[in-house]
Design a protein around this ligand. Sequence first.
Ligand SMILES: Cc1cc2nc3c(=O)[nH]c(=O)nc-3n(C[C@H](O)[C@H](O)[C@H](O)COP(=O)(O)OP(=O)(O)OC[C@H]3O[C@@H](n4cnc5c(N)ncnc54)[C@H](O)[C@@H]3O)c2cc1C
Length: 458
Amino acid sequence: MYDFCTACKIGLGGITLGGAIATGAHGSSLVHPSSISDQIVRLQIIDGMGNLREISDPQDVNAFRVNLGLLGIIVKITLAIVPLFKATVQTTLEPESILMDGTAQRWANNLDWMQMWWFPSTSNVVVLKGHYHIKLTGSKSDDYLGNATSQFIPELDPVIITTGHDAYETLEANKNRPGLYALERFTELSLHSEVIGKPPIFSEDGVNIKNPANGIAWRLMSNRCHTYCPWNNGNTSSILPEEFSVALQILNLPSAIKTIKEILEIIPTAFTMVGIFIRFSKPSDSLMAISNGHETVTLEWASPMRDNPYEDAKGGLGAYQAILQSLIKNYKGRPHWGKNGLYYFRQSILEETTSNLDKFKSYMKKFDPDGTFMNNFGKRITGSSNEMNIDPLVHHCALQEYCICSKNEDCGHFQSCNKVKGFSVCRDLADVYSDSNYDPTNLTSILYAIGAILQVED
Ligand SMILES: Cc1cc2nc3c(=O)[nH]c(=O)nc-3n(C[C@H](O)[C@H](O)[C@H](O)COP(=O)(O)OP(=O)(O)OC[C@H]3O[C@@H](n4cnc5c(N)ncnc54)[C@H](O)[C@@H]3O)c2cc1C
């Protein structure tokens, strides 16, 4: 059961099984396989020489499980499946201390499905606990267990969608942090209670919340918004999220949370859309899975794109960049293949974080010796180049994570490139000036702030 990518169905023209497998799309469980890639039994592919091949050797299958589109064209996939089943889910509000004292891991170890949304500004976590029922669907069990569905990405009145879009843009343009925190609190509340302006997260009738809720498991995990969707539905008045996601060994969760809290002390930031979404994966045999070889926790968040993403930074960009860089550097965090900007897939980071790189390269040679499927991304994997395909409209490379800033021009309007905990990040000038490190009696500090305000290079 996978709760990935409900939004892709809406805004991105429809996620495919081939794409989900190539990128290692995952849901959340330490007890069951959390990725479709892990359910592959065998495949039929066309290799780089144009041969139709069956892939059933277990080692070959492990290479294809997360293949990044570099081993061949997948034409047929055989998956291990289970009969349709029901689940019970409940979301509750917990203190963030559960992330640091081992409680969250303990729960995850004992639940069929568990995921969390952490809201740093309120120090709360919404925890979703899910239990699977082996009893299959059938009229009696349907009645007994209920038929709730998720409305995580709900159908909304178009006026509400436009209002939400405009609210984000206005709050971000004005650097209105209290307003953004209010949105974060609204999101938190909507995940466990009824709120005005958004249908309940779980419901049987679409109006009244069910918490706990019972229903067919996949319908509690993902929903499909068909008409008016808050996340991009192809019109400019909805919200187009950019996503960030890093996977860590589960034992690093407590210290990673502390690191994030330290960064947010320096750059206070609201996580308005989904908080910091925390999911789990059991160890995978897939060579390139972010959960290869160890129990994994994924920390991810989404941020609405600005109306002019080529000039204006999304709120909190500096914090996002410091968090990503420190999770990768300090905890060997693995960036999710289907999310994050291209900077995070440069050779040095891949070499540092992807232990099976050489093995995967040998499979690239085996199935595509002539480089038919080679592209700039593949060249990063092989280590032959760091080139990337860049949107031609981009001229501030750090705004969409094509680079880590080295000069102020890499950042957005009214931003400068600064160091935070040793990492280069784009910060809003207003924040730099009001930084707690700023000391109006210290000449260096004053010059630093002036430099930042004039957007002079460090
Ligand atoms: C809003 C949103 C929510 C998301 N939620 C989640 C989530 O919950 N969990 C998660 O893990 N991920 C999530 N993702 C990431 C998502 O899983 C990937 O973006 C998605 O799987 C890519 O699928 P696609 O069909 O769009 O593939 P594309 O983007 O079209 O392709 C991705 C790669 O797959 C290769 N590929 C595609 N088809 C084939 C084929 N037939 N044979 C060989 N190679 C192929 C392509 O060459 C490319 O390299 C989310 C993404 C978005 C935008």
